[in-house]
Write a protein that binds this ligand. Structure first.
Ligand code: PA5
Length: 429
């Protein structure tokens, strides 16, 4: 069996009516892939992410040039919310121990309005000489705008002082408050392409710049995404895993399962779960429909949500994301003189024990009639995270197109903003 490729395995057998339904969804997703390729799907103005991995050579060079100018700071404050920070956060955490050099620490802000959190972060920053990367496609989102103002004020009062050289703004090419402010202040700007929406922007400067500053291998990340783009262009449903995953998700959705649990088996992947939830949740939850995505990190969460997932309301299907290999080998050793009851594990690798936990969980859930699939990722490294990220983006787009919705807009997000602006007395609301 090929172990150096992403693999998707449906544990729950599909036969009879389910198989037929699955095959027809597979054919429909094939048509939607063609629509994406011919730029005529719903939301076609936002398809920039589709070919992005192949178009990043110049972008990587300019991101790396800017990153080099910021590597001598103690920390880099990355300000953004939603798609403007979750990709960088997810990848930074997923690859945490793999960054190179003594690069600045990344401190994410602008994703919350919690006064205590903000005050404590500002206090922490007083001790540091830091640069700022402020990210907002629209350039007008309240949370990052407030955080940016607080940071600018803090810089002005600090011993190091405010200077535009320590700031980079990533925003729209032509418009928005952040764009205009950056231009007036002489702050360097990088662009989020018009045709790439926030949650599909991890491979633009939005994700690449923070990661490059902090010493992550963005070249390998993009190489992985490029390989995924190459592999997932095929119209052959038997080999296109993104089509298969989209069809499988919709199959169980149609069978009445309106919640997906993405189960991962590494604490490094917790924020990847946040990114996944935003990608699918904001893309899919429309017109009264869609699958509600959630995530767990096992085996940790088997001791919190495990009981519910095993025996509670059975309204979900489950995808287990497992890395085929670990980066470290750690076997359970002989422990002479202390009887801890683990003799049966002596010589077993911790990763194999983790795999047994994943297989055991899937089997227990399947026995409870919960549809399960495994996404086998070869290794937790930049290349395979890039691959996985692109796989998720394409399968998400196909999933939502199968539901007849636009995968790239988020009209519902505006509703709370209008109410909040009204409550706060913003002119015009
Ligand atoms: O995916 C999206 O489009 C959203 O989650 C946005 O990324 C988020 O609302 C932040 O928007 P902006 O980058 O305009 O500040």
């Amino acid at each position: 069996m090929e172990k150096t490729a992403l693999r998707l395995a449906f544990q729950t057998p599909l036969d009879g009516r389910l198989k037929e339904e699955y095959n027809s969804l597979l054919q429909a997703s094939r048509q939607h892939l063609q629509e994406i390729q011919e730029k005529r799907c719903l939301g076609a103005d936002f398809l920039g992410w589709y070919t992005l991995p192949n178009e990043l050579e110049r972008e990587i060079a300019s991101v790396q040039t800017i990153a080099q100018t910021l590597v001598n700071y103690d920390a880099v404050v990355v300000i953004g919310i939603g798609g403007s920070y979750l990709g960088a956060l997810a990848l930074a955490e997923a690859l945490e121990e793999q960054k190179e050099g003594m690069q600045p620490e990344l401190i994410f802000l602008g994703f919350s309005l919690c006064a205590d959190y903000m005050a404590n972060q500002l206090a922490r920053l007083k001790e540091k000489n830091y640069a700022v990367v402020v990210i907002s496609k629209s350039g007008t989102t309240t949370e990052p705008a407030i955080a940016f103002r607080l940071i600018l004020a803090a810089l002005k009062q600090s011993a190091n002082g405010y200077s535009p050289e320590r700031i980079v703004a990533i925003t729209d090419a032509k418009r928005g408050t952040l764009h205009d402010l950056a231009e007036r202040e002489g702050i360097r700007r990088l662009v989020i392409p018009d045709n790439v929406g926030g949650r599909y922007s991890a491979l633009t400067p939005v994700g690449l710049l923070p990661l490059a500053i902090a010493g992550y291998d963005i070249v390998a990340l993009v190489e992985g995404a490029k390989a995924a783009f190459g592999a997932l262009q095929t119209a052959d449903p038997n080999t296109n895993l993104a089509m298969q995953y989209a069809a499988w998700r919709n199959l169980w959705y149609k069978e009445g399962r309106s919640l997906e649990v993405l189960a991962m088996y590494s604490p490094y992947m917790r924020s990847f779960g946040e990114w996944y939830k935003q990608l699918y949740g904001e893309s899919e939850g429309k017109n009264g429909g869609g699958v509600f995505p959630t995530s767990v990190c096992n085996t940790t969460d088997l001791h919190s949500l495990g009981q519910f997932l095993q025996e509670g309301t059975s309204l979900f299907f489950e995808t287990h994301l497992f890395f085929e290999k670990a980066n470290h080998s750690l076997s359970v050793m002989q422990l002479d003189g202390i009887a801890d009851g683990l003799e049966y594990l002596v010589g077993k690798d911790l990763h194999e024990i983790n795999r047994a936990a994943a297989q055991a969980t899937a089997a227990a859930h399947e026995a409870h009639a919960i549809p399960t699939a495994f996404l086998h990722v070869p290794l937790r490294n930049a290349y395979w995270l890039g691959y996985l990220l692109y796989f998720c983006e394409l399968s998400c787009a196909l999933t939502v197109l199968l539901q007849g919705n636009n995968p790239f807009d988020q009209p519902g997000v505006e509703r709370y903003k209008k109410n909040m602006f009204h409550l706060l007395g913003k002119p015009g609301f």
